[in-house]
Each structure stands twice: as structure tokens, then as C-alpha cells.
Design a protein around this ligand. Sequence first.
Ligand code: SF4
Ligand code: SF4
Length: 162
Amino acid sequence: MNATARRCNGCTACCDGWVRILVQGFEARPGQPCPHSTGSGCDDYANRPADPCVNFNCGWVVPQSPLPDWMKPDKAKVLVLFNKTNWQGVPVDLALPVGRRIPGRCLDWLKAFAQRQRRLLLYAEQVKEQGRFSGEQLIYAFGPPAFRAAIAEQQQRGAALW
Ligand code: SF4
Ligand code: SF4
């Protein structure tokens, strides 16, 4: 454990649409950053809304984050949201790529962490069409077969995963 007071310091991964958010009516999504994002910060930080900005629970910034220093979203190209949902009482974390795919080193770390801590993991890949992010995501499940089957069944039904 580390990270007593981590700072964003130039990262804008959550502002740049890698987490799909609605900011004052604007839909930020991959390829479509929040208009206030400068690429290194927020140009209206003092007036940023409580939701989704102030209350955003970035897994790298949260107090006592288990994520290592090197997994800062802008550097490691992954953004983790702990406890996004749960399955049969087991916490499910969500990992989103900052870019198209989560780098292998990060995914390996997250899978090992999930196994060690008896947690479950959903992770995404952004879909690109004709060189552009379509806004769609492929979601993969990591965990025991029953969890993977449940997620596959939810996806087939078109049910929300979280
Ligand atoms: S993704 Fe995390 S570290 Fe990056 S700007 Fe958002 S809250 Fe800060
Ligand atoms: S208003 Fe500022 S803090 Fe909120 S998403 Fe936009 S750039 Fe980020």
C-alpha cells in the first residue's frame, strides 16, 4: 500500500473521455474530451461540478490505493475504478484503457491482484471503426467460470453490467 496524497499532476485521463461521463450536459467519451480539459489539467477547476468531477473515485488517487505508483493513468494507460459493482457479494473492479487496449503489464498486475485479494475484474477494450473510436466498448470478465458465464449471459441479454 502507498499513495497517501497522490495528485493528478498533468493527468487528464478521466476528463478526456476514457471514462464516459456527462459533464454539465456534455458527453465526454473516447476521442471526445470534456471541453474544459486542456490535456494537462482543467481550465475551470474551481467551478468543476461535484458530479462527475469532484466525486470521481479514481482508483489511483483514492486514499490507500493498492495500485502501484507506476500505474498512474496517463503513464500506464489504464484507469481503475474499484468496487464498480459486485457479484454474489464479491467486489468487482473495472479497468478501462486510456487508449484502445489496456497494456499487458497492467492487465497482468490487475489479474494477479484480483486473484490474490479474491476480487473480480471487468476490463474494457475500446472499439475503433475506420480509425476512430466508435464509443463502443468490448467488456471482458476475469474470475471464476460462473462469474464469466454470468457476465456473458448479461451481455447476451443486453443488460447493464454495472
Ligand atoms: S484519471 Fe485519476 S490521476 Fe488522472 S486526472 Fe483523473 S483522477 Fe487524476
Ligand atoms: S470540468 Fe474539468 S475536472 Fe471536470 S471533466 Fe471537465 S476538465 Fe475534467
